[in-house]
Design a protein around this ligand. Sequence first.
Ligand code: PMP
Length: 397
Amino acid sequence: MTSQTLKTFLEENLQELKDNGLYNEIDEVQGPNGAKIQIDGRELINLSSNNYLGFATDEALIARANEATETYGVGAGAVRTINGTQTIHRELEEKIAEFKGTEAAIALQSGFNSNMAAIPAIVGKNDAILSDELNHASIIDGCRLSGAKIIRVKHQDMDDLRQKAKEATESGQYEKIMYITDGVFSMDGNVANLPGVIEVAEEFDLITYVDDAHGSGVMGKGAGTVKHFGLQDKIDLQMGTLSKAIGVVGGYVAGTQELVDWLKVRGRPFLFSTSLTPGACAACIEAIDQLMTSTERHDKLWENGRYLKKGLKELGFNIGKSETPITPCIIGEEKLTQQFSKRLNEEGVYAKSIVFPTVPRGTGRVRNMPTAAHTKDMLDEALAVYEKVGKELHIID
Ligand code: PMP
């Protein structure tokens, strides 16, 4: 290393994180990320992945990815606007638009990139963003990057939204005002009140932006939270990922043709970062095709979600107020939460702890993500481990 300054900076900061128990050791999964995973040679029931519908390991998706790789190559060879737009990219975008019920869609390399592209393309320094206080990090970063005035709105509080929309409008300081929210909040599993949002948005002519990373494939019989509320014609930007329920990688924004045309000339990650691989595009098309023709996986996901929730509740755990299959087990104190997760792991269940600063202090939780790929036997086995460890740590009686 040439720079002594960098060396000191890294050493000091890494040590500080380690001393405070904040250094995150990354687990290595030795094989596919399915309902069961192997870590350190041990097989564990996996309740921590976003592979909600089990598509990540689906044979039809793998076959489509391989086929497209043979046809188009492993890489797109350029950014979309040079010559990295292959037929498969157009086909994916048309498929997403059909799936979302919009005129058009733009596909990007990730959900994170989609927020980085779309938010600054729509609002800038003369504008304001009203942002739910529990929005995802990629929304927060996209908002910061835009240079717009960021106004935090109390979580899901429509009165606060109306009040702040009114103040921002009456101040006359902003050319445009946008409201942005997660469709499904992944820490608690609650769903955004989009009908309430639209009421306020119509009153104050707000631009509406929904990040439906956790709602797509899960809500609205698979089509997402916006479809769940029948608001496809009202929400201006429907952003989502191809990495969670769709099981692959990538992100998108769906909306009008004009919106997509604009994002294709102003979305910087679209303009300056190489396109999605052809194999990923093809696998996503296959997943969306399956989702549009059958609700089997979606129904199984919800059935498993209900089963796990009922089981944990009957054992006496606090599972919060989730409205989706996402099932938090709220433990409270941070150290106990981490210890609980560690013991679950030792007993064969992989369920990660989530503590401050990701969630408010004192609301540490182990978050469970049941998927369509879990069997009843796996969930029963997980519940037996929860009972054993919960009693051992005096979390339940
Ligand atoms: N938005 C939300 C709400 C998310 O939870 C995530 C993923 N953690 C993203 C965006 C980013 O999506 P991706 O992983 O596809 O980059």
